[in-house]
Design a protein around this ligand. Structure first.
Ligand code: ANZ
Ligand code: ZN
Length: 798
């Protein structure tokens, strides 16, 4: 019989629908295997998307075979920009476009034959779901973690909308390519910074790729330093600076403030006013990326001097756009001798350069900033002290004088959580003239997104929702007076920050998740997704989880115990994507070679954690392999298991299991290929293989190629579904070869062959060989005995 993938795959798909392979029975332990849920774009799935989904499905099926009841759900991260852009262009309501895309995605996902639990499907745009996205926001608001703030955000002057940091690429708008500027807008912020320390510390306990942990740690960016007050001559003002190098304080020869610093105009003298105002305006039109870029320094003197609190030196105060308003205190003391940017600034504006740290202990001619540690010089009482020591000693001294304090600082910023857009969750608060900002009542959730006629951004910094009077005008939940709804919506990240908590009970309208389901399924055992989410999504999800822990919704602090980042599929060196025109559609491949071949090939193309180049021809090889396995089983005459078969069986189980555990899935596939060849040889030699031997092979194959495995399972005498079995175990003892054939030579010439254990000692082997060829040795004297275990005994005789 020929391997007919179409027939087999149809047959088993239908069978599984009626008899699911992932069922809960007594004694099975729950296991939660999660994919990062997709954004249902209009482009559909390509073979690059398949890779992650196949990987997590192989893992889920592996866990099923290890006696787990697996939660392997799928859902849709469906709010966001693309659907909204599509709506604007095509005048199709985003809800309609989204529903179409979801249906299309689902149809395509069906081809993968994953063990998804479609009863558990979630969609972030579904009011039943976003009710809880809004509920979490309300809880954060009640707990002081969600707050309103006027602040400069990224602004695209041509799209007339605010953008998230992640929507700005190299200083340009991701939508239209215009240069992004800054605009002061009222924003909703989430105080993720309150969690900085916990987010950093808890990375330690996670079974995640080190690379991702490092990216998160760097993003949080903890540094130790000091805040120091500088008095401003001729005023009552004090300016606080943040520095990570308090050891350099004696070398501060000027001060620079961010152009947006609140005190800039207060400090500017009359004669400098016009120039300063112009500079402040120009800076506001530049993105922070451009401002931080390594370019010629610019700046303006305010006409004022600050006093160095340690030595009373008078230092000029400047503004420059290389100092950012929202980091540290927005003002810095500048030490050109020891900081590159300050050095460049001092050279440009001819400001003094005072060396206070030296390698040799002597003052040197500096052609660039000396940024390393050394010995303190020109630093009063601190002279001679190693600079690393001064880093602690100076802030301690400043604290005793009440002019500064030790601080830790984080790069992590509070999260800009509002968007001036239509297609997102409405933020569930109202603005009341009497009561201020009031959260809506819990029982009024969800606050549904109303229909609008125009999705276009308004350009005023308001979302299109602001134009719908009957929606905007409401009553205040506190005083009953007239109030206006918040018209900003949440960012796309809102739903994905907690969706994994919803899968176990997507239709629970009493609570976000029941205690029982939470205890049973969470935290997630295995999370599979792309490395591009290393920082934002994975950090936000950890933050949400910690918050929900703090308010008693969940009883764990980390959402994802183990994380696996699959590599991308590339074609001709580039990431596969519709926009690059290098997309390979799975449809024809499934048609021609079958789902099983494509699944296996997705994992065969390379180590799963690395990017791999797609080559259509490669799938042929996998298809041929499946035909080979088919023949091996289909044409087999069942015999009793011999020692050789048993040995191969145990080795096969061990190699596959060890590689599985290490996630070396591509070498699992090559292992299958190698062992299948060995089994074919043995089959020929021994006139057939035992069902027991083949059964092991079929169970091991099942997570990868489930359809053909079911069919082969019946052929090797199995009953029921192959997934009702348990992953086989191995025994190192059984892998040892009993005896091997070795050659016996007399002075290099073959005299005989004999069977002996490869573990036999030299003594034993020589003795046995001598007995065997005693007649041929008669009358000769053996002068030298050579033994190569498992291969040769050579007796040199005269
Ligand atoms: C004096 C000094 C001397 C500095 C020296 C560095 C070297 P990280 O590690 O990134 O935290 N800084 C502080 N606030 C800033 C802002 N808002 N915009 C731009 N730069 C700012 O770096 C902290 C250092 O960056 C601080 O230490 C400050 O310069 C600068 F030899 O203070 B330093
Ligand atoms: Zn009110």
């Amino acid at each position: 019989m020929q391997y007919n993938h179409k027939e087999i795959e149809q047959k088993w798909r239908k069978h599984w629908e009626e008899h699911p392979v992932n069922v809960e029975t007594e004694g099975k332990k729950p296991y939660y295997c999660l994919d990062m849920f997709p954004y249902p774009s209009g482009n559909g799935l390509h073979v690059g998307h398949w890779r992650g989904y196949v990987l997590s499905d192989v893992w889920s099926r592996y866990k099923i075979l290890q006696n787990h009841y697996v939660l392997h759900p799928m859902g849709w991260d469906a709010f966001g920009l693309p659907a909204e852009n599509y709506a604007i262009q095509k005048k199709v309501h985003p809800a309609i476009a989204t529903a179409e895309n979801v249906a299309n995605f689902k149809r395509q996902l069906h081809d993968i034959s994953a063990v998804y639990d479609w009863d558990k499907e979630v969609n972030t745009t579904d009011p039943e779901f976003y009710k809880w996205t809004q509920w979490i926001f309300l809880k954060m608001f009640e707990n002081g973690l969600a707050y309103e703030k006027e602040m400069p955000i990224n602004w695209c002057p041509s799209c007339k909308t605010g953008l998230a940091n992640e929507e700005v690429k190299e200083g340009c708008c991701d939508r239209c390519g215009s240069t992004v500027t800054k605009k002061n807008l009222r924003q909703w912020m989430l105080k993720i910074t309150n969690y900085a320390e916990r987010l950093l510390n808890d990375l330690d306990g996670l079974d995640w790729p080190e690379k991702v942990k490092k990216m998160q740690a760097d993003w949080i960016g903890k540094s130790y330093g000091a805040e120091i007050d500088f008095e401003i001559e001729g005023t009552d003002e004090k300016i606080k600076v943040f520095t990570t190098r308090p050891d350099t304080l004696y070398g501060a020869s000027f001060m620079v403030m961010a152009p947006e610093h609140a005190k800039v105009m207060v400090l500017t003298t009359e004669s400098q006013k016009a120039e300063v105002e112009k500079y402040v305006f120009d800076a506001s039109t530049k993105s922070s990326v451009d401002r931080m870029a390594d370019k010629e320094k610019t700046g303006v003197f305010l006409g004022r001097y600050a006093i160095n609190p340690l030595n009373g030196a008078k230092i000029p105060v400047w503004i420059s756009d290389y100092v950012l308003a929202d980091y540290g205190t927005g003002a810095i003391m500048c030490v050109p001798a020891h900081d590159d940017r300050d050095f460049a600034f001092a050279k440009k504006f001819d400001l003094p350069i005072i060396q206070v740290i030296s390698k040799s202990g002597e003052e040197e001619e500096l052609t660039e900033a000396y940024t390393e540690a050394g010995v303190m010089i020109n630093s009063g009482d601190f002279n001679g002290m190693p600079s690393e020591e001064a880093k602690k000693a100076i802030p301690e001294f400043l604290e005793t004088q009440n002019i500064g304090k030790k601080t830790t600082n984080y790069k992590l910023r509070d999260w800009v959580f509002s968007r001036q857009r239509y297609w997102g969750e409405p933020i569930p608060v109202v603005h009341c003239d009497c009561c201020g900002i009031v959260g809506v009542k819990e029982e009024d959730l969800p606050i549904r997104l109303p229909d609008v006629e125009s999705y276009e951004p308004t350009g005023t910094g308001e979302s299109p929702l602001a134009a719908i009077d009957e929606w905007v005008n409401t009553t205040c939940p506190k005083c009953g007076g007239p109030a206006k709804r918040e018209t900003n919506t949440m960012p796309q990240w809102a739903g994905s920050s907690w969706y994994f908590l919803r899968y176990p009970n997507p239709h629970n309208d009493e609570e976000l998740i029941s205690k029982e389901d939470m205890k049973k399924w969470l935290p997630v055992d295995m999370y599979v997704g792309g490395i591009e989410h290393a920082v934002l999504h994975l950090l936000y999800a950890r933050f949400y989880t910690k918050f929900l822990f703090d308010i008693g919704v969940v009883d764990f602090e980390e959402p994802f115990k183990r994380l696996f980042n699959q590599g991308m599929v590339t074609k001709a060196g580039a990431k596969m994507s519709k926009s690059k025109g290098n997309v390979v559609s799975p449809d024809e491949l499934v048609e021609k070679y079958g789902c099983d071949s494509l699944r296996m090939y997705e994992l065969f193309i390379g180590p799963p954690e690395l990017d791999s180049e797609w080559d259509d021809r490669g799938i042929e090889g996998v298809y041929r392999f499946l035909n080979k396995v088919w023949k091996l089983v289909d044409e087999n005459t069942a015999v009793a298991e011999t020692k050789d078969m048993e040995r191969i069986r145990h080795k096969l189980i061990r190699d596959i299991t060890v590689r599985m555990e290490n996630f070396n899935l591509n070498t699992v596939v090559s292992g299958f290929m190698q062992y299948t060849n060995e089994l074919l040889d043995l089959q020929k030699k021994q006139g057939g293989l035992a069902n027991e031997t083949l059964k092991a092979l079929v169970i091991l194959l099942a997570p990868f190629v489930p359809h053909i495995s079911e069919e082969l399972w019946a052929k090797v005498g199995g009953s029921g579904s192959v997934f009702e079995n348990t992953w086989p175990t191995y025994d190192e003892e059984k892998m040892k070869e009993d005896e091997v054939e070795i050659v016996v030579q007399i002075t290099g010439k073959i005299a005989a062959r004999m069977m002996i254990s490869p573990e036999a000692s030299q003594e034993e082997a020589i003795k046995k060989a001598k007995e065997l060829i005693a007649d041929k040795l008669a009358g000769k004297t053996v002068v030298k005995e050579i033994y190569v275990p498992g291969r040769i005994v050579n007796l040199v005789a005269k």
